[in-house]
Write a protein that binds this ligand. Structure first.
Ligand SMILES: *[C@@H]1O[C@H](CO)[C@@H](O)[C@H](O)[C@H]1NC(C)=O
Ligand SMILES: *[C@@H]1O[C@H](CO)[C@@H](O)[C@H](O)[C@H]1NC(C)=O
Length: 494
């Protein structure tokens, strides 16, 4: 009974409050998660790289004050102390300046918002200098007191939705979003961010909150700030962290009426395919047939900041920067395929899964350094600055919403397809070379392969591919080449 009532209610609210549009500027696509970057560095990155290279958006690490924890693990940012905008990434003034500068160059900001819980025991001092006593559920800088939390109990049973939503995730003090004071504080926090010009939110731990409570909170969100170039009446884009790989009581379908969800099955499946555990030819029906949510409800990714280090969900099959050839192929496929809203992970290098970002002194986050080939150093991986990835963002922008056409596969792990007559991509994940005449869908001419190189003036720094008057081109991808993919598009015609 309760379930049926809940579903009907969701369907109704989907019509009034739902927000599924990314708010990207037209002609731009591709979001990057600049995990643990500082606000001043992101502002510069928008101007120097993300804007010029066509990126549409960026996700930032949590912006609100978090607990300072011992040797500064990355996960301390998921332990809120208050909603003051003070973290190791910078203060409110720096954040506001970053959002404005990024909007000015066409790059939208999405904030990772953590309001399922506050800090666990041990987190008594915040990055903004506030004090708290999680053991007595006292967070005076909000303020929250024990009245604002669910009773203490541990999440132990993913077959029980009440346990998952009303108990504590790894000891994190579990806020009661059904409480009106708690709702007010969350809504104020989110609306403050909207005022500063952000375009949407990644809702952390959404699975651990009741859909009805989220619906009430989302229903009170302000429209985006038109002083930042958003159209009047635009709502924040919402993508909710709901890990649903099947086999649990809580399903992503309880959330897709409210916003998009982070589609973990996409990460899991693309990892298995490009690790050779599934054949590339099966990608022919990539999308909802693979158990994914609808395209406009799916925020898709190869890896995220949790599963790249074995946290959260997803196991050994998740591809990361540590397996670069397969990672670039999977990323190229994600960006070439029309399904979903792709997000690119931009990591710092790690060995220890708790390890925080590079620092100058064990506490202050270090800035990335940049090499002449666009790549990063100083402990930052910067996958978004890998040519094979940023050139595929340009590919996605070039093909727009052109249909997937001209699918070809060789019956195993060699595939190719076009996006209408705008772009063409081929992959070889077999142990033997791909050498075939393939239909590209493109007009006759010579194109620069944007994987092995970049169009530069009238030349190309990588391979060139010649398309004949029948649209066919001879495509060669040796099995031992550095890259297992080639891609050409209308803006890379020579
Ligand atoms: C797939 O490609 C490999 C290498 O070119 C070839 O050995 C194999 O026969 C191909 N399969 C088909 C069905 O063409
Ligand atoms: C690819 O195939 C073409 C035509 O079938 C042949 O002329 C060429 O030598 C092949 N290339 C390689 C590298 O095997």
């Amino acid at each position: 009974m309760f379930l049926i009532k809940g579903l009907a209610c969701l369907a109704l609210l989907a019509l009034s409050h739902a927000q599924f549009a990314t708010n990207y500027q037209s002609g731009r696509n591709g979001m990057v998660h600049l995990f643990e970057w500082k606000w001043d560095d992101i502002a510069a990155e928008c101007e120097n790289f993300l804007g010029p290279y066509g990126y549409a958006g960026l996700q930032v690490s949590p912006v609100n004050e978090n607990a300072v924890i011992g040797n500064r693990p990355w996960w301390e940012r998921y332990q809120p102390i208050s909603y003051k905008l003070n973290t190791r990434s910078g203060n409110e003034e720096q954040f506001a300046n970053m959002v404005r500068r990024c909007n000015n160059v066409g790059v939208r900001t999405y904030v990772d918002v953590v309001f399922n819980h506050m800090a666990a025991n041990g987190g008594t001092t915040g990055t903004g200098g506030s004090n708290a006593d999680p053991s007595s559920k006292s967070f005076p800088a909000v303020p929250f007191s024990s009245l604002d939390f669910n009773p203490t109990c541990a999440i132990t049973n993913y077959a029980d939705p009440t346990n998952v939503r009303n108990c504590e995730l790894v000891g994190l003090r579990d806020l009661n979003q059904g409480n009106s004071w708690v709702r007010d504080k969350i809504v104020d926090f989110l609306n403050h961010l909207t005022d500063l010009g952000v375009a949407g939110f990644r809702v952390d731990a959404a699975k651990h909150m009741w859909p009805g409570d989220l619906e009430a909170i989302y229903g009170r969100l302000n429209n985006l700030n038109t002083n930042h170039g958003f159209s009047s009446g635009a709502k924040p884009y919402i993508f909710q962290e709901v890990i649903d790989l099947g086999g649990e009581a809580i399903s992503k379908s309880e959330y897709t009426g409210l916003g998009a969800i982070t589609e973990f099955r996409h990460s899991d499946s693309i990892g298995k395919v490009f690790r050779g555990k599934d054949q590339l030819r099966y990608l022919t029906n990539w999308g909802t047939s693979w158990g994914f949510a609808a395209s406009d409800r799916s925020l898709v990714f190869v890896d995220n900041h949790d599963n790249q280090r074995g946290h959260g969900a997803g196991g050994a099959d998740v591809l990361t920067y540590k397996v670069p050839k397969q990672y670039k192929m999977a990323s190229a496929f994600m960006l070439a395929h029309p399904f979903g809203t792709p997000r690119i992970m931009s990591s710092f290098a790690f060995d220890d899964t708790d390890q925080g970002p590079p620092t100058t002194d064990g506490h202050n986050i270090a800035s990335p350094q940049f090499n002449s080939d666009n790549s990063c150093s100083g402990g930052w991986v910067c996958e978004h600055r890998w040519r094979q990835i940023y050139n595929m963002v340009a590919f996605r922008n070039a093909v727009g919403d052109a249909q997937l056409q001209n699918w070809w596969d060789n019956g195993s792990n060699q595939i190719s397809f076009s996006r209408g007559s705008q772009g063409f991509v081929a992959f070889n994940n077999d142990n033997y070379d791909l050498n075939s005449s393939l239909q590209t869908g493109l007009s006759a001419g010579t194109y620069c392969d944007v994987i092995s190189g970049t169009k530069s003036g009238s030349g190309c720094t990588g391979k060139t591919i010649t398309v004949g008057s029948d649209g066919r081109a001879n495509i060669y991808i040796g099995s031992s080449e550095e890259d297992g993919v080639v891609a050409i598009h209308v803006n890379a015609k020579l």
